[in-house]
Every structure is written in C-alpha cells, then in structure tokens.
Design a binder for this molecule. Structure first.
Ligand code: GCU
Length: 411
C-alpha cells in the first residue's frame, strides 16, 4: 500500500511539472541566497556617491536596462492629441462632486481614444491634487453614478461592480480628485492583439508585433497614463504638480513603470504589484519571471523572455525600478494573503532603493524587516503597509495612500 501511494505521488509530481503547474514556492526558508545588482555602481565600475553622478550616469544606465530588457522601449515620437470634453456635471454625487468625462484622441484620426473620468471635490477650491489610475473593467464599473458613460459594453462589467476598489466619496471627502481610464482603451490585455491597441500607431509599415526590445502591453498602459497626465496638466481644476499615479497588480507594475519614466508624477504608488513590479525577483518567492512570460507573454518585451528561470542573469532587480522614482515619494503596499506577489520581496525593493534617496538627503525606510500586519510605516518620502487579506485594493489601502499624500503635499 505504501509503495503504491509513493508511486502515485511520484506520478502526480512529475505530471504537474510536465504540464508546468509546479506549485509556487511560498517557503521563506527556501529563498536562495542572492546578490542584488549594485544600484550605485556604474557599468564602468565607478561607485556613485553624489546625486549628480546618479542623475548624469547611473540613472540613465538603469533606465536603459529596464527599457531594453524588461518593459521594452516606449516610442519617443509624440503623437498629436485632441481632448474632447464629453460631459461636465457640477452637481454629481448629490452635489459633492464635479464629474468630467474627457475623450483623449490619440492622433488626428479619431479612431483611437481613451476615455478619462474625473471627479473633483466641490468643497475645496481648485486646483486640487489628483489620484490617477487605470481600471480593469471600465469607468462605469468604479461607481454606480448613472452619469458615467458606459465603456466597454461587455456582459458582466456592470455599473458599480468594482466600487470596492474605488472609494470615490472617501477620496473626495479628503480633498482629492480622482481620475481613471479603462486600460483596454489603450491596449487589450491579450497576447497577439498589438494590432488593436496603440502599438499600431507606431508600427513601421507591415509591422505586426513589437520587435524584441520594443514595448509590451505594460509599456503601452504606462504610456496611456502619461497621456492622461498630458490632459491633467492643462485642466485648470487639477494641481498638476500634485498628481499621484497608482495601480493595482498588473496595473501596479504599470504605475511603477510610468512613474519611473515620467517624472511629472509627484507620487508613485504600487498596490500588490508583485513580480515584474515591486517584488525582488531573485528571491524566487511566489510568481517567477517564467510564470509571467508563460501566462502573459504580451506584458513585457521580447528580450525579457530570456530570463525565464534565469533571474540571476537579469541585469537589474526591482529595487532599481523603485530607485528610478527618486527623489519623488514612493509607496508600496502588499496584502497578507497575496503570497503570489511576495509581500516581503515588495518591501525589500523599497528598502534596497534607499541608498539613492539618501543621495538626495532624503530619509528612506531603513528597517530591513517589514512592519507587521496593518502597521503602516512612512518616512514622508517612502511608505509601506501590509493589509490583512487578499490580493485587492480596498479602502484601507486608499486611506493609507491619502495619509501619505497629505504628508507629502502638506495638506
Ligand atoms: C496574475 C499575475 C500577476 C498580476 C495579477 C493581476 O495573478 O500572475 O502578475 O499582478 O494577475 O494583475 O491581477
């Protein structure tokens, strides 16, 4: 009987690894020893000790590595944009808010566009600080407000189905505006759909997919956030020097990459972004590069594929992504049951990005151990919390982001 059980176990284990369904590694004692790439060492071997050296040499090197090896290159070419205000309601949400809906056309031809929904708090004088983030299921799903235009019209994506992720009233009550757009307006979240998103605007004649060093879907979504910022910059109701970019999960990876590239974002927030976002990949805890490349081959650039099962060969690790945000404030959040995203690894990225913040005379997080459950830590320039519960973005997370933003913006 014992031998039979053993045999069955062996068959099961080999079958699951055959089909690539290896169990995720969630055992802290099995995290391998690893050496992080040196954040403050230039490719020429010089140690960076001053912020000028960081800004002039090392920051460019790190950004180039993330560009060429991870997310792919975002096209430099500017495309002409048009902003078309579709509706303004100054008495939205029982008079508490002004709701604006703006269609942002990418290019002169009006076939490609992104719809931006913005709520402004009526009780504070303009211009106001704004939280900007993409949503997964359509603008009309973030609130039950019947005035929100429906997009996309998809069965299942009902009005208000995602209210738990967008505590609009609480955000407004604290004096912040909130702006969002549906990520699918920019680029569909499916492999081999590059012809359907903004990639197409930049393809060479006959090109059907990005070259190995060109942007993937995360690059496109991050580009979309920058286009939303282009709009916010010229809206007189927005304090465009106080725009915090945030995102959950794959959209948290996106907000980090947007914040790394576009310095107009005053605060960058990652909610449960995990592997390919805030988490240190060399820890090999939870999701791995191979998981990302296998299940979501369209998110990263072609060059990233070579690092499946080769985390240690990736010339960067994700603390360097956080460092690209310096000297701007950055906040990372995790959830206790979200082991797939590696909460500890997400915290450690912040911790290891500290030396760059220190070059600016700023106070990073200095504790190598993450704080306990729902014990947020913040130095005013870096913040972190571990929420109790599952992979999600909830009021608890938002409240901490607003506390952090209050400090940063001295509200
Ligand atoms: C999957 C994926 C993660 C991602 C998440 C999400 O779980 O493996 O990398 O962050 O989806 O976007 O919800």
């Amino acid at each position: 009987m014992k031998t039979l059980n053993l045999l069955l176990l062996i068959i099961m284990v080999s079958a699951s690894s055959l089909f690539g369904q290896k169990k995720p590694q969630y055992d802290e004692s099995k995290v391998p020893d690893y050496t992080l790439p040196e954040l403050l060492k230039t490719s020429g071997g010089k140690t960076v000790t001053k912020k000028k050296q960081w800004e002039k040499i090392r920051r460019h090197e790190v950004l180039a590595l993330f560009t060429n090896q991870v997310y792919g290159k975002t096209p430099d070419r500017k495309i002409p944009m048009q902003f078309h205000t579709q509706s303004i309601d100054k008495e939205a949400l029982d008079g508490k808010a002004t709701r604006k809906q703006v269609r942002i056309y990418f290019g002169r031809d009006t076939s490609r566009h992104m719809d931006l929904l913005i709520y402004f708090p009526n009780q504070v004088k303009a211009p106001v600080p704004v939280f900007l983030g993409l949503n997964f299921t359509g603008n009309h799903t973030i609130h039950t407000d019947p005035g929100i235009l429906i997009c996309p019209k998809k069965a299942g994506n009902e009005r208000g189905m995602r209210v738990r992720r967008w505590p609009v009233e609480e955000i407004l009550a604290r004096g912040y505006g909130v702006a969002t757009a549906w990520y699918g307006d920019i680029q569909p979240d499916l492999p081999d759909t590059f012809k359907e998103g903004v990639h197409q605007l930049f393809f060479k004649p006959g090109q059907r997919k990005p070259a190995p060093g060109e942007w993937g879907a995360i690059g496109a979504w991050a580009w979309g956030l920058s286009r939303a910022m282009d709009y916010l910059e010229q809206d007189a109701d927005v304090n465009s020097r106080q725009v915090a970019v945030l995102g959950h999960s794959r959209l948290g990876k996106t907000s980090l990459w947007a914040g790394a590239q576009d310095t107009r974002f005053a605060i960058v927030i990652s909610n449960d972004s995990g592997e390919g976002g805030a988490a240190i990949t060399r820890r090999k805890f939870g999701e791995t590069i191979k998981d990302l490349n296998t299940r979501f081959p369209h998110w990263f650039c072609g060059n990233f594929k070579q690092y499946s099962n080769r985390e240690n060969e990736l010339p960067v690790d994700y603390h360097e992504l956080i460092a690209l945000i310096a000297p701007r404030p950055v906040y990372v959040a995790s959830a206790s049951e979200d082991l797939w995203a590696d909460p500890r690894g997400e915290y450690l990225s912040l911790y290891h990005a500290g030396p760059v913040y220190r070059l600016y005379g700023l106070e990073p997080i200095i504790d190598p151990e993450p704080p306990g459950l729902e014990k947020p830590v913040s130095t005013g320039i870096m913040g972190y919390h571990l929420r109790n519960g599952k992979h999600d973005i909830l009021l608890y997370d938002w409240s901490n982001y607003m506390d952090f933003a209050d400090k940063v913006f001295r509200k």
